[in-house]
Design a binder for this molecule. Sequence first.
Ligand SMILES: Nc1ncnc2c1ncn2[C@@H]1O[C@H](COP(=O)(O)OP(=O)(O)OP(=O)(O)O)[C@@H](O)[C@H]1O
Ligand SMILES: [Mg+2]
Length: 245
Amino acid sequence: MESLPYAIETVNLTKRYGIFTALSRLNLRVEKSVVYGLLGPNGAGKTTLIKLLLGLLKPTEGDAYVLGERMPDKDILSEVGYMPQDTALYLNLTVRQNIELYGEIFGLSKKRITERTEELLGFINLEKWKDELVSNLSGGMKHRVSLACSMVHSPQLLLLDEPTVGIDPELRASFWDYFGLIKEKGVTILLTTHYMDEAARCDKVGLLRQGNLIAEGTPEEIIRISNTKSLEEAFLIFAKRNART
Ligand SMILES: Nc1ncnc2c1ncn2[C@@H]1O[C@H](COP(=O)(O)OP(=O)(O)OP(=O)(O)O)[C@@H](O)[C@H]1O
Ligand SMILES: [Mg+2]
């Protein structure tokens, strides 16, 4: 199939809620083993796109291919990790139990679950909190657990919806180091962010506005074609240009 080289490919992907178009004929291609940053103001359609990629939403028109398979495809989901914008955790379970539960859902062996839980507790720096109920954690800590849960089955593709919101700067930096590390191992990451310093660390960024992809390229390309000095300025220019048309 033509879509095989890409981790993600959408063809005229469209989502309408009634008469409102949340995503409009999107043709997006994300190569494997890259970090792709999806940017755009509130309501631009970022979460809608991620839900379409997962098959959680049905397109009004067009198609989404994930790791070469047309979505929805339940089998391919074992290769995909998803961190929702609103965390999906079991508040009455501990940190460790949450990660283990996601491991069980993905059918990992007991041994593998134990290994991965240890690794991920280290990565999110919550070893000391592993036996605490999630309901007792701060917002940022819950976010960290949610990220760990999305990665427990070592997926090839990670779809992370605002993974670093509410995370302190030091840990945010360590998340980005980790993203770089797993990318080198062949993992593809598509994430949404409102932070321009994070956008600058992506291999490629796409700017969504009112359901349209209005700019795409490497951070350097985006700055060059907009004739500005920073990504922030560049995106403000693209947003204004688009608003006039
Ligand atoms: N179930 C729904 N019914 C009607 N409209 C919806 C529904 N879900 C999303 N929308 C609308 O679709 C648009 C895109 O929403 P979406 O959540 O994809 O935006 P977003 O880019 O993720 O925004 P944010 O940065 O705030 O997370 C918004 O205008 C939103 O109100
Ligand atoms: Mg969103």
